[in-house]
Design a protein around this ligand. Structure first.
Ligand code: PLP
Length: 501
């Protein structure tokens, strides 16, 4: 493909994206395809001869689009948002166009240095403790990981290696494998699946501690678990707390967890994958309580900062603990500016060697929206969730399950779990909106998450109308079925009477 053709292809693709996004409300948010629909429409091998890009875009329209769930639709209310914006989409295109990798400073100095700049910008914007900034005097700093899962895994692995080093010093009589066999980590039963998975990948069990009715993990629960484990000869390594759990957006009590972790020298990591967006707002200042005492934290820009997937910010109070844990070098990776402060070789801060120039899309997003635009985005999601909450509270057929938190509302139709499941099934079959359910203490409920690239109050009204009319229809069907059953029962009874039985 020469550059003229490339230009045409690129322009047509941007047109395609704009048409797709501007018409997204006209599509059902969930696709209607059966399994294998896409597989069966595509050839089994790479085409031998090059095809024209127009043919490819045509197939994208006719084969791929019908098989998509539309994550940027405001009617996508499942999980948490996977945010996006014009600036970040163009940023992603430019990243691919420029095509650099930035695993060490010399590989592309601007790639590393821009990341240092945007991570410090973000730390300030979110009002994080100063020691998380590269520009601070200490060994702290931020890095962009692909996902929250990666950030958590990095924290878990680094904490594990640090624990092994210190335990070998204090217990020289133990072999390394004996030490490793005794390691144990903690999180709450509300934490995201990626935390438990990090434990599996790190070959270190993570105990999911019970939370009470308010779904919050507190220091006393952690302290008791650690006390029991130490008595059993285990070595506590890390506690992964959550600010904004996936189920209900509950906030663990970081202050009391930090008390325990600091006293017992346990690494404290905070997974704020979603709720980190709230740190930026003065009215959510309470969320930041205790963050000055955590060792590391992560926040997904691809959830709440209008940067498209994948882009997960991670900050470390002492980055050396990660670098020292993961530093495996080769002569071909070395350069003469290694080790200089504020020019990290980010390959030591992450799992892969290669790394994308994600800082570019962050920089473009931040500049094209400004801090003001980012804050108003978070505030808009909160306001839309409050609008939805009002609808729930004003309809006595529904009940709230947890307090509305940021852009999430957890609610259910009154009645048993089957009722909730049936309502959700109806909604899924109609495909107009997409929600998922969650469960706590045996009670299932629905999660309504404000998502989409540009959700508006009218979208919330649309979703609510869909939910409440489907509940009306479900209740009508159920009462008709109950009437029929009663009639059958009565006619069976009168038949028995007539036959004298
Ligand atoms: N942590 C929390 C609280 C989440 O809600 C999620 C996903 O929604 C994750 C972690 C995992 O995020 P990622 O897909 O970036 O790994």
């Amino acid at each position: 493909m020469d550059f003229d053709e490339f230009r045409e292809f690129g322009h047509a693709s941007i047109e395609f994206i704009i048409n797709y996004l501007s018409g997204i409300r006209e599509r059902d948010v969930l696709p209607s395809v059966a399994p294998y629909t896409v597989i069966n429409q595509l050839p089994k091998e790479i085409p031998e001869k090059p095809e024209h890009w127009r043919e490819v875009l045509k197939d994208l329209e006719s084969i791929i689009l019908p098989g998509l769930t539309h994550w940027q639709s405001p009617y996508f209310n499942a999980f948490f948002p996977s945010s996006s914006s014009a600036g970040s989409i163009v940023g992603e295109l430019l990243i691919a166009g420029i095509g650099v990798l930035g695993f060490s400073w010399i590989c592309s100095p601007a790639c590393t240095e821009l990341e240092v700049v945007v991570m410090d910008w973000l730390a300030k914007f979110l009002k994080l403790p100063e020691h998380f900034q590269h520009a601070s005097d200490g060994p702290g700093g931020g890095v962009i990981q692909g996902s929250a899962s990666e950030a958590v895994l990095v924290a878990v692995l680094a904490a594990r290696e640090q624990a092994v080093i210190s335990c070998k010093e204090t217990h020289p009589e133990l072999s390394e494998s004996e030490v490793r066999g005794k390691l144990i980590a903690y999180s709450s039963d509300q934490s995201n699946s990626c935390i438990e998975k990090a434990g599996v990948l790190a070959a270190m069990p993570i105990k999911l501690l019970p939370t009470g009715d308010d779904l919050i993990l507190r220091g006393d629960t952690l302290a008791k678990a650690i006390e029991d484990d130490v008595a059993a000869g285990l070595i506590p390594v890390i506690c992964v707390a959550t600010l904004g759990t996936t189920g209900t957006c509950a906030y663990d009590d970081i202050d009391s967890l930090a008390d325990v972790c600091q006293t017992l020298k346990v690494w404290l990591h905070v997974d704020a994958a979603y709720a980190g967006g709230g740190f930026a707002l003065e009215e959510c200042a309470e969320l930041r309580r205790g963050l000055d005492r955590v060792d590391s934290l992560n926040f997904n820009l691809h959830k709440f900062m209008l940067v498209n997937f994948d882009c997960s910010a991670m900050w470390l109070k002492d980055a050396n603990k990660v670098v020292d844990s993961f530093n495996v070098d080769r002569i071909y990776l070395k350069h003469k500016h290694e080790g200089q402060s504020q020019i990290p070789d980010f390959r030591h801060w992450q799992i892969p060697l290669g790394r994308r120039f994600r800082a570019l899309k962050v920089w473009i997003t931040f500049r094209t929206l400004g801090a003001e635009g980012l804050r108003s985005h978070v505030r808009k999601h909160i306001a839309l969730a409050q609008q939805f909450e009002e609808f729930v509270k004003n309809d006595s057929r529904f009940e709230m399950v947890a307090p509305q938190a940021l852009g999430l509302v957890c609610f259910r139709p009154r009645g048993d779990n089957e009722h909730t499941a049936q309502l959700l099934q109806r909604l899924m079959e109609r495909k107009k909106i997409y929600m998922v359910k969650a469960e706590h203490a045996g009670r299932q409920f629905l999660r309504f998450a404000v998502c989409g690239m540009d959700a508006k109050p009218s979208d919330i009204e649309f979703a609510w109308t869909e939910i409440e009319t489907q509940l009306t229809a479900l209740l009508a069907e159920k009462s008709l079925a109950a009437r029929k059953t009663r009639q059958c029962f009565r006619s069976d009874a009168s038949l028995s009477d007539a036959s004298g039985q």
